[in-house]
Design a protein around this ligand. Sequence first.
Ligand SMILES: O=P(O)(O)OC[C@H]1O[C@](O)(CO)[C@@H](O)[C@@H]1O
Length: 527
Amino acid sequence: MATWKNLDTLASFDKLAELKGRVNIVEAMSGENGAKRVAEYNTPMAAGLNYNYAAKEVDDTVLDALADLAEEQQLVEKYEELYNGAIINTGEGRRVLHHLARRQQGDPVIVDGVDKRKFYVSQQEKAAEFAKKVHAGEITNAAGEKFTTVVQIGIGGSDLGPRALYIALENWAKANDTFKMEAKFISNVDPDDAAAVLNSIDVSRSLFIVVSKSGTTLETLTNEAFVKDALVKAGLDPKNHMLAATSETSPLAQGDDYLESFFMDDFIGGRYSSSSVVGGVVLSLAFGPDVYARILNGAADEDELAKNKDIRKNPDMLDALIGVYERNVQGYPTTAVLPYSQALNRFPAHLQQCDMESNGKSVNRDGEPVNYVTGPIIFGEPGTNGQHSFYQLLHQGTDIVPLQFVGYRKNQLGVDVEIQGTTSQQKLCANVAAQIIAFACGKDDENPNKRFAGGRPSSIIIGDQVTPESLGALLAHFENKIMFQGFLWNVNSFDQEGVQLGKVLATRVLAHDTDGALKAFSDLLDI
Ligand SMILES: O=P(O)(O)OC[C@H]1O[C@](O)(CO)[C@@H](O)[C@@H]1O
């Protein structure tokens, strides 16, 4: 059994703290030494991806100290306990089993006589069979017409991950003849969200998946009613169009309002639920079950790498450790995720939830306050768009923001044009390479306004193309990174009590049970 300890009680952390400011990236990344680091500080990931950390503020001494920290904090042992079914989510007394939805990673996990791997697989198979029947026209609307569109109604983890994955593979699927149905997403309780989606589709040929693990989320239940109302107004029976993806114990599982229901359970957290039917139903309908299975395979291969005790061969753990060094030793409060791929347009939004809802904690997993900083603020945008937006601050602002680039050699659609001697893809790749060096090495100038101090650390994950496998590996990489960071900080990364208070107050506002400033704001907003 692993021992759970706060970061600041570890001897290896004290040693690491002594290495503050040790590596000057301007020097490290300049000249031939820089080229050597690019070749050496590189760790293979699954699906042909590589995690390159040459431009991070590490050297062999820092890496050895990080290895000691990983060992003393028993990161791999804790991961093993997690996938073998221990109650890692102490706040809610739950297991954490999203890895199991991808592959059997360790021992069978049997809960109340149910083999959890078999349960997740049976639901994936149910989704696959359903999707195949829809694609084959065996399940149709009342008029016998094929469904052409699937709409996911969900919020938070029931929206962000599946939406990011759908957007990431939409063009790839079109280019590879696996595009089956267009997917749309309704998440916000702002009525304009649902109305705009409904206006953009033929509701008579659409399936709607109500996705909510708890089955109690205000936004999702409201949007479900909004959509049902539209179906009824169009003379359609909602039961022929509505599906549910939820946990077996949720209120949604109790009625028989749905054409079909698909299940997960409380052991898969919302922000980790793309590997369950939360992502599986919509993606199997959109791209076919084989594509969804390939995403899970890529993720499972990355999960395997996360078992390696050697930090130089474990990209997820290494990324986590470098992040903690940056946060707790170097003192950087923020991290930007910058994919140089339009396909990953919504991936930063997914990571914002996955990372900040997981590790935005001030107490340890036993509920005691911690004396150190935990999860950083995460934000991001695809490059090169971000370059023309917030990179000014990243280059010359007063805060140092560690950066996580992601880049691919090839685009997805295969369409490109050579303009002024280079293709658009070459321009995209040139920009990410240039940014890494600009951030790391900077540039002197006699005009202070044009001076770049450099010394701004970054890593890059490089792959050939955004494919189902490489996307799955990328998803799992960040999930595992966040998990390892939670272990390092000794926080529970799998609950989210911080989102409750606002929900409670909103319910009071709607019930007109307010006073003081809450009432004053309610009045200002005409509620
Ligand atoms: O799937 P559900 O239960 O509707 O929850 C949606 C989201 O709401 C949250 O609980 C936060 O409010 C997230 O953690 C979750 O992803």
